[in-house]
Ligand binder design. Structure first.
Ligand SMILES: [Zn+2]
Length: 490
């Protein structure tokens, strides 16, 4: 696929460029597509472009298709002129309405042709958004229908318009993975992960992570991945670390209508704020009391603008974190905003092996900032590479202290990684910054590394000099290792 190129990875997160030929633009990813309602524009698309730097937005072709007042104008003038937006425009197909109301009156072929006729740059077939937790039979049947429609979509002549291949399968990881493999094989261009909104609305971030991870396993590294309906900035870092490239936000406008104020840590209610914890123009020029006193539509617009500033700000933060190689530190810090986000982060680390495949071998720094960091892909990779590191002597010291020439060989030990040859001390991730008051998780992970090295060399005699490890860590060290505490009297 030549229209999407990945420039840089961090974990499974990626900085990419999506070339949208029909719009003649290249979109930097990860990015957010503001949802624009053709009838009600809280913030005009031209403003999204000029003030917020929007390179792409999404609108609903099904609404336009069925609209008495907009159908003819959009066919005549085209979507870009109608919305007054020169970037890329993606269109949804009515699948959402199908899920809400049970029936819509267009076929995949009709709606794709309509999207093409109105000048959409990225079109969407009518898939079946199967909600979470339905029985397996229903999920399987609906997936078969979606797959049949994707096959038909791939046959429609849509010129230069890119076409999406949504991935469904409810909350069954194996169905999601199979659906993703099928979607990737269609040769279509963009891969929305569908029907995840209920998971996000219910704060089921761990389930969301498992669904996304399954989809990513099936997709491999093909094309850009769109987490459909993900518009809250608190979850961008987490989703990006899994390899999601596109998000879309109706939240900025919907939340503003209900006086809800987005932050990267969650959502606040305007009437509960006495200060604005934000540096955007809205929040520096106004107080919450100012907004409370305004007319409804003015307050709604200003809140929508704040919500957009936070949203785009977090997108830039995520991009910079991938560039700097500290996306997982960002996820770690965002996970502290809500217990369910922490569940999401912990679920993410269950997939460390998957993240490790694209994680760069070397980065600037590894900051150990939580017990969760002991489960990061770098720790796992270090344990795997122990198999490739030679042990020369018969009697080997593994120590958190200084070397000793009483042994044939002396390795360092650094929690959470465990044992390492001294000559690697200045290489990533062993240059990690760890707190002096480290935790049990780091010691246990280090002990797992020790156990792995010891098991790899059954004929070598090992001594471990540790710095006050807890029993739970020492229990992981094989019995044949001589174990001493650095500070014990000998
Ligand atoms: Zn603000």
């Amino acid at each position: 696929m030549t229209h999407f190129e990945v420039r840089q990875y961090d974990a499974a997160g990626r900085l990419g460029e999506l070339t949208v030929p029909r719009a003649g633009v290249t979109v930097q990813t990860p990015t957010i597509l503001p949802v624009v309602n053709p009838h009600v524009q809280t913030v005009a698309p031209a403003t999204l472009e000029s003030e917020f730097g929007a390179e792409i937005l999404i609108t609903n072709s099904y609404i336009l298709h069925g609209s008495e007042d907009l159908r003819e104008p959009v066919l005549e003038r085209g979507l870009h002129d109608l919305l007054d937006f020169s970037g890329a425009i993606m269109t949804d197909s009515g699948s959402f309405q199908l899920a809400e109301y049970g029936d819509i009156d267009v076929t995949t072929e009709e709606i794709l042709e309509f999207q093409h006729d109105i000048g959409s740059d990225i079109g969407t077939p009518v898939d079946i958004p199967t909600p979470p937790d339905v029985d397996r039979e229903r999920a399987t049947e609906e997936l078969a229908t979606t797959q049949e429609r994707l096959a038909r979509a791939a046959e429609v002549d849509t010129g230069e318009m890119l076409v999406t291949a949504p991935v469904q399968g409810a909350t069954y990881p194996d169905l999601r993975e199979r659906a993703a493999e099928h979607a990737a094989a269609t040769g279509l261009d963009v891969f929305p992960l569908g029907a995840v909104v209920p998971l996000m609305n219910e704060y089921r971030y761990a389930d969301l992570v498992d669904v996304v991870a399954a989809c990513k396993r099936g997709l491999g590294e093909v094309g850009p991945v769109h987490l459909f309906g993900a518009g809250h900035p608190m979850m961008f870092a987490l989703a990006a670390a899994l390899g999601c490239d596109l998000f879309d936000s109706a939240a900025y406008a919907l939340y503003a209508r209900d006086d809800r104020y987005l932050t990267v840590r969650g959502t606040e209610l305007l009437d509960e704020l006495s200060q604005f914890p934000c540096h955007c123009p809205v929040c520096t020029e106004h107080t919450p009391a100012d907004l409370e006193a305004m007319a409804d539509d003015r307050r709604e617009e200003l809140l929508a603008r704040h919500n957009l500033h936070v949203t785009y700000g977090e997108i830039r933060t995520v991009r910079q974190a991938i560039r700097s190689g500290n996306l997982l530190e960002l996820v770690d810090s965002r996970a502290r905003g809500h217990p369910t986000m922490l569940d999401g982060y912990r679920a993410l680390l269950d997939h460390a092996e998957q993240l490790e495949r694209t994680d760069p071998v070397s980065k600037d720094a590894f900051f150990y900032t939580s017990a969760e960091a002991a489960r990061r892909p770098e720790v796992r990779r270090h344990h795997e590479r122990l198999a490739r590191l030679p042990v020369e002597g018969d009697d080997v010291l593994l120590t958190e202290g200084s070397s000793s020439n009483q042994y044939d060989e002396s390795w360092g030990v650094l929690p959470p990684f465990g044992p390492y040859p001294r000559e690697l001390a200045d290489t990533y991730p062993l240059t990690a910054e760890t707190p002096d008051r480290t935790d049990r998780a780091a010691h246990e992970a280090a002990a797992t590394g020790v156990a792995r090295l010891v098991d790899l060399h059954p004929d070598v005699s090992f001594t471990l000099l540790h710095d006050d490890w807890p029993v739970t860590a020492l229990d992981r060290v094989p019995d044949r290792v001589r174990v001493r505490d650095l500070h014990a009297n000998e």
